[in-house]
Design a protein around this ligand. Structure first.
Ligand SMILES: [Zn+2]
Length: 460
């Protein structure tokens, strides 16, 4: 295991080049772009050029590289041996919303107040580049890898993960590894994800609102009948709303579905108020009787929770009802010890009497690596040795690539006081986080790249 002193020297030698190359991949606007999709460019030109640029950097660093001929992913590898260790990264970024005011172009890496700022600098280009140069430090120190270490670059993480599924279909699967796309010390549990719709035949009412499965909608507009009566009921319930000349807007509060309790759902509020003033339909009745205001699905199943990952969370993401169809869409974050099939059959038992059908949309398995596993204990020990900070492993409701493969955990590179800026305007990476993360990743890759899997805590 290389000493901290040696790794600090390597960091000082490499940091300028690291930032230069980070700037290069930031400058590729790797946002999904349907208008530039072409054969072998499945997600558009920005993402493709980012993948090419990253693989070129890896080539120059002395790694063996490979680009999937269909353009879904690439990887870069070093070391010898039968066993393979993975580092799962992603190069795609979320779009910049119109009207978002950034200090400068989101695709130009700038430094301001001890922060690096750009789209993707925290999620996930910065952590990718830091982990890559942490590997370069080991190469410079002539570290002997008795396993191969492979950086796998995904390109569709922010949408449908098609890249990583394609990788799994076609390529060698690492026996274990890390995903530098979350927080330190380490994520040992990620909830299961289930997205689905509840569908019925058309209803007399027209009700449309909400959007992406994983977002609590911010508001919904009602244009139907009985607006006076509805406004009165909304006031009686203390539900924020605005009455306009020919419609009513019910206000909610947006939040990520993983943190649904921080939001307020305007769809269930509107449907509850409609129900109370005597409007009945299968969807309205189902929402008013079983969804209500709880973010935890307790009226459907009672409270479901476990010690490792907390409570079940439920988000009613959108409603689309007209005379032809009725569709409600939901996003559930499911505790790791809960059986998803059992949950679905219970749900069907509730919706069927309303004449409503369950329809699967998407899912992701939960992730759970025991806190006392060698992988978790050693990664925590490395983090503690470098930072001296608390090493209690974390459980999250969000999803990272780690759950796509067995024996993977998300590891950094946010520190407890770094703050979260992913997907937001002026996304940042604190300059002072780079060196400790670099040293942690170097040590972690040295640990993962050696054959000995026993406790290393005492050798640190
Ligand atoms: Zn990410």
């Amino acid at each position: 295991m290389p000493t901290r002193e040696l790794l600090e020297q390597e960091y000082n030698k490499l940091k300028e080049e690291l930032l230069l190359n980070l700037g290069k991949i930031i400058a590729c606007p790797s946002v999904y772009d349907a208008s530039t999709i072409a054969p072998h460019i499945p997600f558009g030109k920005g993402i493709d050029s980012c993948l090419d640029t990253t693989l070129k950097i890896c080539d120059d660093l002395g790694l063996k590289t490979f680009k999937d001929p269909s353009g879904y992913y690439g990887y870069a590898e070093i070391g010898e041996g039968k066993e393979l260790v993975g580092v799962l990264c992603h190069l795609d970024v979320v779009p910049v919303d119109d009207g978002e005011e950034w200090y400068d172009s989101p695709f130009k890496l700038i430094q301001k107040d001890e922060q690096l700022i750009a789209r993707g600098v925290a999620d996930d280009k910065g952590p990718t580049m830091v982990a890559l140069y942490a590997l370069k430090a080991l190469m410079n120190l002539n570290f002997t890898f008795s396993k191969r270490i492979r950086f796998i670059f995904g390109t569709d993480e922010e949408r449908l993960w098609q890249c990583i599924y394609k990788y799994i279909e076609n390529e060698e699967i690492p026996q274990q590894g890390i995903t530098p796309d979350s927080s330190f010390p380490v994520i040992y549990a990620e909830k299961g994800l289930l997205q689905f719709t509840i569908e019925g035949s058309g209803e007399a009412i027209t009700l449309k609102g909400g959007g992406a499965f994983n977002v609590v909608p911010s508001s919904i507009i009602y244009t139907g009948e009985k607006q006076e009566e509805l406004a009165k009921e909304l006031s009686r319930l203390n539900y924020a709303h605005t009455q306009n000349t020919d419609n009513i807007t019910v206000q909610g509060k947006t939040a990520h579905a993983a943190d649904v309790e921080n939001g307020i759902n305007p769809i269930s509020r509107l449907m509850t108020a409609l129900y109370n003033i005597g409007y009945h339909s299968p969807c309205v009745d189902f929402v008013a009787e079983y969804i209500k205001e709880s973010p935890y699905g307790e009226h459907l199943f009672g409270i479901i929770e476990d010690e490792d990952s907390g409570k079940l969370k439920t988000n009613l993401a959108s409603v689309n009802i007209d005379e032809d169809n009725a569709v409600l869409s939901f996003d559930f974050r499911i505790p790791v010890n809960t059986n998803i099939e059992a949950l679905v059959s219970k749900l069907e038992g509730i919706t069927t009497p309303y004449g409503l059908r369950y329809r699967f949309y998407d899912s992701a398995p939960s992730l759970y690596i025991p806190k006392d596993s060698e992988l978790i204990k050693n990664l925590c020990a490395i983090y503690h040795e470098v930072t001296g900070l608390d090493t209690t492993p974390l459980a999250i409701g969000g999803a990272t690539y780690s759950r796509a493969m067995q024996n993977f955990v998300s590891y950094g590179m946010l520190f407890p006081d770094s703050g979260h800026s992913s997907h937001q305007k002026n996304e940042y990476l604190r300059l002072r986080d780079i060196e400790p993360a670099f040293i942690i990743y170097s040590k972690a890759l040295a640990y993962l790249g050696q054959k000995i899997e026993k406790q290393i805590i005492h050798d640190l």
